[in-house]
Design a protein. Structure first.
Length: 265
């Protein structure tokens, strides 16, 4: 079996504990306005052209984004960093895109990781069937679970899908005592309002035992230039990045509610 991967990042320190190798699956059922990995959204390889300027001249470079890889090929890459993972208490993180959009391939990779004794994390939107969650949950040591908006109509507007499966699957994983880090992107004017923060805190409070950490991820506009390259519309023009003070205040709110909080992953 093969899976479509768009990047493998070594020495990752923001995708779970320790030093990790993060494998990025290509394809995501969501289309978040603020996505900083637009190259991970389409579930197909893409030919893109980048223009580099050098000494007043333009040089165009064509590249294919996305590569079909076998489990063995991915495991060979992962094994290159085994020593750093072991010494740092790290492991492997499967991210994207949405790794659960290629559930069978993800399951095979998790099985291979478990056979080779790697700590495993899955960074997911949670927008998938319960059947898919069940397939991988016992092979996953840690879930990095994205939570964006509690209001369903806003969720549909800004991500393209309802949050129903996302919330139900989160509650299910918490009830199964899975280890969970919540990943909350902080996006001014979209999800940092009182109502969304209060509803998020209420939900997390109801599953506090399972939530080991909350990672507050400040929105940044650094990926804006990528949208043109991938022929996608960038809808975030005019949305400001959150300031340091806002991030600190939010951190305090979540800490006061009893959570361990990190700014960034
Ligand atoms: S869920 Fe993540 S990868 Fe998918 S569109 Fe949203 S931000 Fe991008």
């Amino acid at each position: 079996m093969q899976g479509l991967i768009f990047d493998i990042k070594r020495y990752a320190v923001h995708d779970g504990p320790g030093i990790r190798t993060t494998v990025f699956f290509k394809g995501c059922p969501l289309h978040c306005w603020w996505c900083h990995n637009p190259e991970g959204i389409r579930k197909e390889t893409e030919e893109v052209v980048t223009v580099h300027k050098m000494e007043g001249k333009d040089y165009t470079v064509k590249e294919t984004v996305g590569r079909w890889m076998s489990v063995d090929e991915v495991m060979r890459e992962i094994n290159k960093e085994r020593i750093f993972m072991e010494e740092s208490g790290g492991g492997v993180t499967f991210s994207g895109g949405e790794p659960l959009w290629q559930t069978e391939f993800l399951e095979d990779l998790l099985l291979a990781c478990k056979r080779e004794d790697f700590h495993t994390a899955v960074d997911t939107t949670g927008h998938t069937s319960r059947q898919n969650i069940r397939k991988i949950m016992d092979l996953t040591d840690l879930f990095l679970y994205d939570l964006k908006l509690m209001d369903d109509s806003k969720h549909v507007k800004y991500t393209g899908v309802s949050n129903r499966y996302i919330l139900e699957n989160l509650e299910f994983l918490a009830a199964c005592d899975k280890r969970i880090y919540i990943r909350f992107p902080v996006i001014p004017t979209i999800n940092d309002d009182e109502e969304n923060i209060n509803r998020t805190l209420r939900l997390l409070g109801s599953m506090a035992k399972a939530v080991e950490e909350v990672d507050l991820l400040p929105y940044h506009a650094m990926a804006a230039h990528k949208y043109e390259k991938f022929h996608m519309e960038y809808k975030m023009g005019g949305v400001p990045e959150p300031g340091e003070q806002e991030m600190e205040q939010l951190k305090e709110r979540f800490e006061e509610a009893g959570f361990k909080v990190k700014i960034g992953g």
